[in-house]
Design a protein around this ligand. Sequence first.
Ligand code: RTP
Ligand code: MG
Length: 173
Amino acid sequence: ARRLSKVLQLTLAVIKPDAVAHPVMLEALHQKILDNNFVIVRCKDLVWRRQDSERFYAEHSELQHFGRERETASYGRFFYQRLVEFMSSGPMRAYILAREDAIHHWRELMGPTKVFRARYTSPASIRAQFGLTDTRNTTHGSDSVESAQREIHFFFPDFCAEEWMEKEEPSFR
Ligand code: RTP
Ligand code: MG
């Protein structure tokens, strides 16, 4: 038994090409995941073709016609082209992470999207420490249960969350 968990949750975390390009940074981020009580459920290195990148960020927007989601959709935003270009520019690493409240905790660790804000408000966060720009900001993390499901499926189409939960959840109690 690893620890008590009230609500075991899965999230999708990505180390973006800017961070993967620097082995020391990659190692530091991997260690940070372990130090923060995440269980690594799956991990893989991959390179996106441009169309994967477009699909990921466009789908992001399709789902998000309502409420605040619209404001966070990347498709159609001024940075969409450079985001798509950057995310398919080199290797990245994707993780399925588990812990209680995983979505929130991973986003907390990353810090705000905008590096300048991250440095100002959360100087210990990943983006504050390692981020280069608002696009080259080292990491991605799902922002809701729905996007976690979608993004996990996008990166790991063979992964079955229900099966995993059924098998592993008891060992977290
Ligand atoms: P993420 O999706 O990576 O977790 O970041 P987020 O929710 O905090 O930010 P979101 O608004 O969803 O933005 C999606 C991606 O677009 C990049 N971005 N570039 N001004 C820029 O160049 C700019 N602004 C946002 C971010 O790096 C984010 O990954
Ligand atoms: Mg987002």
